[in-house]
Design a protein around this ligand. Structure first.
Ligand code: 13P
Ligand code: SF4
Length: 330
């Protein structure tokens, strides 16, 4: 493929991809995406690269350039399986760090180093050490939405997709669960295990309220409400189902509700709607500003310039990897 291809060439070559997303991307916008997509696909081949994309990435990333898509758990698992020499993580920094922990010999890139997470920002390794002193002998379960340094101080990690299983696997009456207070409260209710929480919140999910759920039900009769467990417990209590982003996608795929609302980040509905044209999606929209830092333009730049490489200090990496691998073994 020549680097001097015209805009029309890019559009022609990417037309089959546009067909996948035409229900959520207006035709007039496609020429603005086509060149970056065309170049990204070429660079991926030339650079033996796999793109892992979280379910919150926008449809032109999720459906057109990603090789593997999923929730945090799936991305961590898939990161252990890829044969590619390089990984570009279209998601947030902790996801790239997790991919690096599991692939120390591979180059892991994130297109924008500022793609953080309010949960990861809410706690430090020193905080975890203090909790360990305060609750001696109580296992510390850490959500993957944390830095490698925080994981390194923990006994085991969890994601929203396996939090209940991880807590139950410990077989103890009390655990410390960090840093998402709402996820911890939701898991405590499901398991009956006493959970010491931390006051971290997801800035996207904490904005949903039980009143929103009631208003959605009143305005859209028959709507099925699916909530992410990072939502406050009263939202989860009023929802029909709570689960990770992947669990919500599976719910829609298996049950095909005529009308559904996903109480989670905006792009999820677009991505899932593409595959389920018979399902009506009601879309209250809360954007994750960190996920939205990743764009086609900076994925392309990442592949062109091999930036930004994510590294983890080896002294932190070893214990952090142990906590993630212990989770993956469950
Ligand atoms: P999952 O995709 O693992 O459910 O996580 C949601 C999330 O907020 C990731 O940042
Ligand atoms: Fe973090 Fe929430 Fe954004 Fe996920 S949606 S990356 S938990 S701020």
């Amino acid at each position: 493929m020549s680097n001097s291809a015209s805009s029309a060439d890019h559009v022609v070559r990417t037309t089959p991809l546009y067909d996948r997303v035409k229900s959520v991307i207006p035709a007039i916008e496609w020429p603005a995406f086509a060149e970056d997509i065309d170049v990204i696909l070429r660079l991926k081949r030339e650079r033996d690269t796999v793109i892992l994309a979280h379910n919150y990435q926008t449809p032109e990333i999720f459906h057109c350039v990603a090789d593997i898509v999923g929730d945090s758990l799936a991305l961590a698992r898939e990161a252990t399986k890829t044969d590619a020499g390089m990984i570009v993580l279209a998601g947030v920094h902790f996801m790239a760090e997790t991919a690096k922990l599991l692939n120390p010999a591979k180059r892991v890139l994130i297109p924008d180093l500022r793609a953080g997470c309010s949960l990861a920002e809410s706690i430090t390794a020193a905080d975890v050490r203090l909790l360990r002193e305060r609750y001696p002998g109580v296992p510390i379960v850490t959500y993957v939405n944390t830095s490698a340094a925080v994981k390194a101080e923990s006994d085991i990690c969890c994601t929203s997709g396996n939090a209940r299983k991880v807590v139950e696997s410990l077989g103890v009456p009390k655990v410390v669960m960090l840093p998402d207070e709402y996820l911890a409260q939701n898991v405590a209710r499901e398991t009956g295990v006493e959970i010491v929480t931390w006051a971290g919140h997801c800035e996207v999910h904490e904005r949903f309220s039980a009143k929103d759920v009631r208003q959605l039900r009143a305005g859209h009769p028959g709507v099925v409400v699916l909530a992410h467990p990072e939502c406050p417990p009263d939202v989860v209590a009023e929802a029909d189902f709570a689960g990770s982003t992947a669990a919500m996608i599976d719910y829609v795929a298996e049950r095909q509700p005529p009308r559904v609302v996903l109480m989670t980040e905006c792009s999820m509905s677009d991505n899932v709607a593409v595959q389920h044209p018979n399902v009506e999606f009601i879309r209250p929209c809360n954007l994750c500003p960190h996920m939205k830092r990743i764009t086609l333009a900076n994925i392309r730049r990442s592949l062109e310039t091999l930036t930004h490489e994510v590294t983890v200090d080896p002294t932190v990496a070893a214990p952090a990897r142990r906590a993630v691998e212990r989770m993956l073994a469950i």
